[in-house]
Design a protein. Structure first.
Length: 346
C-alpha cells in the first residue's frame, strides 16, 4: 500500500513538472508573439502541423485577417509565420501530452486497484481543472482574434496563468499528502496564518505580473528604483489600477517590496522551529527564491526597452527566468503550508 502511494505521488510530481513546462512554453509563446498564430481551436485534429506548402499558406492567410498582422506584422514572410506557429503549436501539443500522461496511468492504476476511493474525487478534480484550463486558454486567445486588439486580453491572460498555478499547486499538494509522513510535519498556527497571508499576497502579485506581461508594462518604465524619474507615478490616483500600464507597474513593484518585508519576518519566526529536520533543512528556500525573483524582476524591467522580435534575446530570457522562479516560489510556499498542517489532518 505504501509503495502504491509513492508510485502515484511520483506520477503526480511528473505531472507537476510537465505543467510547469507548459507554463514556461506559454511564456515563450507570449514573448515571441506567437499566441495568435493559430486562429482555430481543434483539440483533436489540431495535433498535426501543416503537411505541405498549401496548408501553410492557408493558415498564413487566416493569420493575415487579424489586427496583429495588419498593424504589427505586415512585413511577415511565410518563414516568420512558421516560427511563431511552431511555439503555439508546441504549447498546445504539450497540453495534449499532459492529457495522455494523466489518462493512461490513471486507467492503469484503477485497473490494478492502486487508487483508493479517497483518491478518485481528487484525481477527477485534477482532470476537470486541466480541461477547464484548456478552455480558458482558448477564451484568452479568442480575445485577440479580431480587427482591433493587437494582443490577447491581459485580464484573460492573468486568469489563464493563475488558474494554471492553482492546478499545479493542487497537484503538488496531493503528491505531498501521499509522500510526506505526518511525523515530518510541524504544527504552528501563528506561522500557518502568516504563510496563508503570504500566499494570498503572492497570488495578487502574480495577477499583476500577468497584467505586466499582457500590457508589456515593463517597457513603459524601464528604470529602477525610480519609475521614469519619479518615486510615485504622476497622477497615480487618477488612472486605472487594472488597465493603466504605469499604475500596474507601480503596484507590481510595491507588492514585491511588501512581500520581501513579510517573508523576512516569516523567515525570522520560522527558522526557530526545531520539531522537524525536513522543515529546518528547507525553511530558507522561499526567502532565497523571493530575493532572486526580485533581482530578476529588476533586470527584466531594465532590459524591457529592447525586446527581440521573433526570438529569445536577453529580455525574453530574463522574463522567462522571472516566470520560472515565480512558479518555484509558489511551490515553495505550498510546501511550507503543507508542512505546517496539523499532524492529525489527512
Amino acid at each position: 500500500m505504501i509503495k502504491n502511494k509513492q508510485l502515484i505521488a511520483y506520477w503526480l510530481l511528473l505531472g507537476v513538472a510537465m505543467l510547469m513546462i507548459q507554463v514556461l512554453l506559454g511564456g515563450i509563446t507570449r514573448l515571441t508573439g506567437s499566441g495568435l498564430s493559430i486562429t482555430e481551436w481543434k483539440p483533436l485534429l489540431g495535433a498535426l502541423p501543416p503537411m505541405n506548402e498549401n496548408e501553410w499558406n492557408l493558415l498564413f492567410e487566416q493569420y493575415k485577417q487579424i489586427a496583429q498582422y495588419k498593424i504589427l506584422n505586415q512585413d511577415f514572410t511565410l518563414a516568420d509565420f512558421k516560427f511563431i506557429y511552431f511555439w503555439e503549436w508546441l504549447h498546445r501539443n504539450w497540453a495534449r501530452c499532459i492529457s495522455v500522461a494523466f489518462i493512461i496511468p490513471f486507467v492503469y492504476f484503477l485497473w490494478r486497484k492502486m487508487i483508493t476511493k479517497e483518491m478518485v474525487p481528487k484525481l477527477l478534480g485534477l482532470f476537470a481543472l486541466g480541461l477547464a484550463q484548456g478552455l480558458i486558454g482558448w477564451i484568452m486567445v479568442a480575445s485577440g482574434l479580431n480587427d482591433e486588439n493587437l494582443y490577447v486580453s491581459h485580464i484573460r491572460l492573468a486568469i489563464h496563468f493563475v488558474s494554471a498555478l492553482i492546478l499545479i499547486a493542487f497537484t503538488y499538494w496531493f503528491a505531498l499528502s501521499l509522500l510526506v509522513p505526518s511525523e515530518k510535519r510541524v504544527y504552528h498556527p501563528q506561522l500557518q496564518k502568516i504563510t496563508i497571508g503570504i500566499l494570498c499576497l503572492l497570488g495578487l502579485q502574480l495577477i499583476y505580473g500577468a497584467f505586466m506581461a499582457g500590457l508589456k508594462a515593463g517597457s513603459f518604465a524601464p528604470t529602477w528604483p525610480d519609475i521614469n524619474g519619479d518615486l510615485f507615478p504622476v497622477k497615480v490616483w487618477g488612472q486605472s489600477f487594472i488597465h493603466h500600464p504605469i499604475n500596474i507597474h507601480f503596484i507590481h513593484r510595491m507588492l514585491a517590496y511588501t512581500l520581501a518585508i513579510v517573508v523576512l519576518i516569516w523567515y525570522v519566526k520560522g527558522r526557530n522551529i526545531k520539531t522537524s529536520n525536513l522543515y529546518e533543512k528547507f525553511i530558507s528556500i522561499p526567502l532565497i527564491l523571493l530575493l532572486l525573483q526580485i533581482l530578476l524582476g529588476v533586470f527584466t524591467v531594465l532590459h524591457s526597452i529592447k525586446p527581440t522580435r521573433n526570438g529569445l534575446g536577453p529580455f525574453e530570457l530574463l522574463a522567462l527566468s522571472h516566470q520560472i522562479v515565480a512558479m518555484c516560489l509558489v511551490m515553495s510556499f505550498v510546501w511550507v503550508l503543507f508542512m505546517q498542517r496539523s499532524r492529525i489532518t489527512s
